[in-house]
Ligand binder design. Structure first.
Ligand SMILES: [Zn+2]
Length: 215
């Protein structure tokens, strides 16, 4: 009863917040790749952080040569693919790739094993063209960056080599998924603590994550 009363009170007395500002964000989720945004890096990152709070679908962009380019295709609520032809067309010198994990009621939503594998594949491919790669994901609460150790890079490049009937990629995926399940499913843990434990755990496997909380 008390809860009901206070909820009603909250509705009637607290002024409604302004409608979400995502409609006017300078970067939007768009079906298909190729949209170019002339926006500096900081402004674009800020927009993606806000976008992750309201977006219903994942999407994927790069920042390179002072431009933002949408390279996402097949956008779904829990995945997005990249158009690497568009990527190649624009990539110059240093590329930062970004995607969003739309905010849900999951406690934490770090880069997935496929995000990390994609990062490594892309990084190795770009290296031959003298291009360096940085990878980030926004989850509506903050910013994850992700990369891996040299050993993991080598490990994942040995795609067709099998150990116990599994490719290294499959083994790696299982390892990261195990860590995810271990820590995300443990309830009653403060979010910050879960994040720190998760970062610690995957670093034992050579996956290096950072997390920066954003307002
Ligand atoms: Zn992801």
């Amino acid at each position: 009863m008390f809860l009901l009363a206070s909820a009603a009170l909250a509705c009637s007395t607290v002024p409604r917040e302004h409608p979400p500002a995502y409609k006017s964000l300078p970067i939007q989720v768009r079906h298909g790749a190729g949209t170019v945004y002339n926006l500096n890096k900081e402004a674009g990152e800020k927009a993606l952080h806000q976008l992750a709070r309201t977006a219903k679908l994942e999407d994927y962009w790069i920042f390179t040569n002072n431009q933002w380019i949408d390279i996402g295709v097949n956008e779904t609520p829990d995945g997005v693919n990249g158009d690497y032809e568009v990527f190649k067309k624009f990539a110059k010198g240093v590329v930062t790739e970004y995607h969003i994990h739309p905010k849900t009621d999951r406690t934490i939503y770090p880069p997935s094993s496929s995000d990390i594998i994609k990062h490594v594949d892309l990084k190795l491919g770009l290296k031959q063209h003298g291009i360096s790669l940085e990878s980030k994901v926004y989850d509506g609460e903050g910013e994850w960056t992700y990369t891996v150790s040299k050993d993991i890079e080598t490990f994942l490049s040995l795609k067709n080599v099998k150990r116990h009937d599994k490719t290294f990629e499959e083994l790696f995926r299982e390892t990261v998924v195990t860590a995810t399940v271990l820590f995300i499913d443990s309830e009653n843990n403060p979010r910050d603590q879960l994040i720190q434990r998760y970062i610690q755990k995957v670093s034992d496997f050579g996956v290096y994550l950072t997390y920066r909380k954003l307002r």
